[in-house]
Design a protein around this ligand. Structure first.
Ligand code: G4P
Length: 521
């Protein structure tokens, strides 16, 4: 297969969801269809820590870094699929957001009983900003959930994206009969009495199936007719540009509707896209020169080892083992010798990685988040990765006042690398750190101690709502204990509001002051 054909068959995406919506369960199912894991339960076991150590990749065993679950790769229907993990719970960090910079599509998993939850909303906003396609899977149909029509309107109202159902549930919970799959002209039967899962629509319509007289089926057909008249029409271009999300219903736990979803997703999900450089030049995946960018650095949490893995999204060309690349930030050459690839079925299955794929480069401190690596004629850096508005804050100071120098050096470098965000109190000059997830603080503290020999004291400030203020309207008297005035690292003034109540109070008091909820500074 030519390199061009290899690149065109790549489909790289992430699953975005709120914890417990079923991301792990659906990931397992997808891997199973791809033949990538022998039995479902492997990803889950890894998540809960019950995974047999012997099954881990060597690199994880030796260094205690969990990299295999960060990127999962498998083949299905002639496509090479890369799923990038976006950790939730306490692992949630800016890396989670940055991972979304490295994908070409996103799958949004929603719990049918809960609808759109907080974390889904945040992740969706990041994806929306990039205009990449979003495919929605509404999960847990085997349980009683909300009305499907209600869920669709929530997508439009809360997320502001148009939706188009690709199939429609026939009942739910105890009454779940299956899916009315009008796009494939068939019905997918939940618990077929005769063993036939897929039944042609014409057969049901002709009255040859028990479902024909089922009131839930009749209801589904009516709903679908209503949607066909009054709802959005499927439009591939709108899907690809992220304006319209195709919606699939199913039950990941019972592996129902997942394969139908996977096949449709692979039909419409885009192949690797081009990336812009700082000079506004689009680098196409088929460009023969290799290029890529680091979107995440996974620090080793084991204190005996200082090594890390830099995750690189390949933008163009092909990675070859041992190749040398130009690290644009430093202008130096770096040899990509110790590299992990992520074929989930076996370690032996090493093939060259091409545009669209992710490689994990063993790193002893050479790389930073956002770094561009190139070969040949390509010399320019890709556009910088955005920074994300943090929600959690800590006051930080050096434990030992004699070690101010290493303290400041550590902070400067870790902030530059994108590990954490730096703010200073406008009046007192106190240093405050911002993060999107708690784990970022822990990693920061650990790295300050190990890499910069700087012991620190961190005092939690809790959650804050950040708003940038127009510098011309700034008056120090506006700040109080409920809205701390601070500067970001580019010296832009902002307020850290205690909560939304404090924000509303401020807006009432200073109605003319412009406040910006900026996605990037
Ligand atoms: P996450 O990765 O998004 O956090 O979710 P995960 O897949 O771990 O699923 C969260 C819970 O929801 C799990 O139950 C899982 O079994 C359940 N679940 C996932 N998909 C479905 C579905 O289609 N139907 C139903 N009924 N449940 C589903 P748990 O009780 O937390 O774990 P377990 O003890 O069942 O393993």
């Amino acid at each position: 297969m030519s390199r061009e054909e290899e690149i065109k068959k790549r489909r790289t995406f992430a699953i975005i969801s709120h914890p417990d919506a079923g991301k792990t369960t659906i990931t397992e199912q997808l891997l199973k269809f791809g033949g990538a894991i022998r039995e479902a339960g492997t990803v889950k076991a890894r998540k809960t820590g019950n995974f047999a150590k012997s099954d881990w990749m060597d690199i994880e065993k030796e260094r205690g870094i969990s990299v295999t679950s960060s990127v999962m790769q498998f083949d299905y229907a002639g496509k090479r699929v890369n799923i990038l993990d976006t950790p939730g719970h306490e692992d949630f960090s800016e890396d989670t957001y940055r991972t979304l910079m490295a994908v070409d599509a996103a799958v949004m998993v929603i719990d049918s009983a809960k609808g759109i939850e907080a974390q889904t909303k945040k992740l969706f906003q990041v994806v929306k900003h990039r205009n990449i396609p979003v495919f929605t899977f509404i999960n847990k149909l085997d349980r009683d959930g909300r009305e499907p029509l209600d869920l669709l309107s929530e997508l439009e109202e809360v997320l502001g994206i148009d939706s188009v159902p690709m199939n429609w549930p026939i009942g739910m919970g105890k009454n779940f009969q299956g899916l009315y799959d009008f796009t494939n002209d068939r019905v997918e039967v939940y618990q077929p009495t005769d063993g036939e899962r897929f039944v042609g629509l014409s057969e049901v319509t002709a009255g040859n199936h028990t479902l024909a007289n089922n009131p839930f089926y009749t209801q589904a057909v009516e709903d679908a007719e209503l949607l066909a008249d009054a709802g959005n029409q499927f439009d591939e271009e709108k899907v690809i540009s992220g304006q319209l999300t195709p919606v699939y219903f199913g039950s990941a736990l019972t592996s129902f509707g997942v394969q139908t979803f996977l096949e449709s997703f692979l039909e419409y999900a885009p192949e690797p896209h081009s990336h812009k450089t700082v000079d506004d030049e689009e680098i196409e995946p088929l460009n023969p020169d290799f290029s890529g960018f680091v979107f995440k650095i996974q620090a080793n949490m084991d204190p005996r080892h200082r090594d890390r893995i830099a995750f690189v999204r390949i933008v163009s060309g092909e990675f070859e083992r041992g190749m040398s690349v130009n690290l644009v930030r430093t202008g130096k050459q770096a040899k990509l010798a110790n590299v992990t690839q992520f074929m989930a079925d076996s370690r032996e299955n090493v093939q060259n990685a091409v545009a669209g794929d992710i490689i994990g480069v063993y790193d002893t401190g050479t790389y930073q988040v956002g770094d561009t690596m190139t070969t040949g004629k390509l010399k320019k850096a890709f556009e910088p990765l955005p920074t994300f508005t943090p929600e959690l804050f800590m006051r930080v100071q050096a434990k030992n006042v004699m070690k101010q120098k290493s303290f400041h050096k550590g902070i400067e470098q870790l902030v530059q690398e994108g590990a954490i965000q730096l703010y200073t109190n406008f009046t007192t000059g106190d240093i405050m750190l911002g993060a999107v997830g708690q784990l970022q603080f822990e990693v920061f503290k650990d790295r300050m101690e190990r890499e910069y020999n700087a012991d620190i004291i961190m005092t939690p400030m809790g959650k804050k709502t950040v708003r940038w203020i127009n510098p011309e309207q700034l008056d120090e008297k506006m700040s109080s204990s409920r809205n701390i005035l601070a500067r970001d690292r580019f010296d832009h003034p902002l307020f850290l509001f205690e909560n939304d109540f404090a924000l509303r109070w401020f807006k009432d008091k200073y109605p003319d002051v412009e406040l910006k909820e900026e996605f990037s500074v």
